[in-house]
Design a protein. Sequence first.
Length: 487
Amino acid sequence: MADRARWASRTIFIFAAIGSAVGLGNVWRFPYLTHKFGGGAFLIPYILALFIIGIPLLILEFAIGQKMQKGAVESFRAINKKLSGVGIAAIFASFIVVIYYAVVLAWSLLFFLKSFNPRLPWAGNSKSYFFTDVLGLTESVNILGGIQWPVLTALLAVWIAIYFIVWKGVKSVGKVVVITMPLPVILLFILLIRGITLPGSLEGIIAYLNPDFSALLSLELWMAATSQIFFSLSVGFGVMIAYASYNKKKDRAVGNAYITSISDAAIGLLAGFVVFSIIGYMAFANNVPIEDAITSGPGLAFVVFPEALSLMPFAWFFAALFFLMLLTLGIDSAFSLIEGVNAVIADRQKNPNSKKIALLTCSTAFVLGIIFTTGAGLYILDIVDHFVTNYVIILVGLFTSIAVGWVYGAEKMRLFLNSSGGAKVGKWWNVSIKYIIPLALIILLINQLITDIANPYEGYPAWALSIGWAVVIIPILASLAVSFRKK
């Protein structure tokens, strides 16, 4: 077995971990949830969930990677042979997500290239531009439509970029993250400075953070805060386990987890100021309530925000900055997901060839991603994303906490963490890993399952939702088959 690759420095590792955690959801999900669930009041359960669930889980994944010095599958196998299936499910989720995540980056690339026009092509009707001109969106998921060739071409470019980022493993990744991690933060600050100078921006920021403490009585708010923390930190994908495995055993896992988690939360908060200052300007310019302008998901990034930017002086310049920010924000998450998969494949080889592994994973993901470039691609993406993020990665997080908390031993892992130097973790961590996190994730799972059974997701037909359920069932069956196969 060849010596395991190492990060060039602790700083590079932290940059990579932050880059993986901070993604498009920090821009299009966190600000929307904050506004929807009580403004500033939402930050109370969010911060509590960060310290009670998010940070302990990230510490856990860093600990697994550093202790076992393997990717997700082999790390869980080292804990107990029957648990290797947990790693299989994590890598399955990681691979599925990166397939469609790269398509979103392809959209961002197209918008970035189209920004260099005196008059932005989406000015006046950004909704029609995105859904018709870019996506060629069909009337429903029942109509597949043809391939949108500009999107496919952009997708190929994205995968070529990802390949050359990960083709030498952590050596090439480390060289890239020193640019792609800080750059979107710098661009966010530039956009914020511009945003707060616009008329109506103050009203937008007030709408973002004006606290409604009565919202704290809502169970939905607490569940939204918990799920956002879980989704935002890249836990449950095997990525952080793989990244931490490239550290030495004695590196400071606890401190690294605190820095990564708090940075992720801070960048989400910063993104909210950017989003709402510019949306406040849009509402002012169009003389409409802010409530009519704000939305979540792709609609915010590719419809609402482009329209708002088109109303600004030097619109092309700030549009280019925004979509460059999305590209650099998303690319870190994308290549971290594929690197998590590559690490698992490399663990199974005596002398792994990182270039061949990267070529295999990237080319396979590109081919599978073609379905998302069709006219029905957005519908399929929406369905797959819903089921992967609301079931598969939560199940992985649940069984990860059980694996360490109850099988390996939370106290045993805590002692390992405290022997590695730097910040120490108290016995509260054991309680969180053994009881609080499993309970919270079980509640999330049951609530989501009840919701999806009572109200089929977004009213999609049963055949389409079966794709989503298949994405949940297949990794479960594969995990069970791997875990209980005869040796």
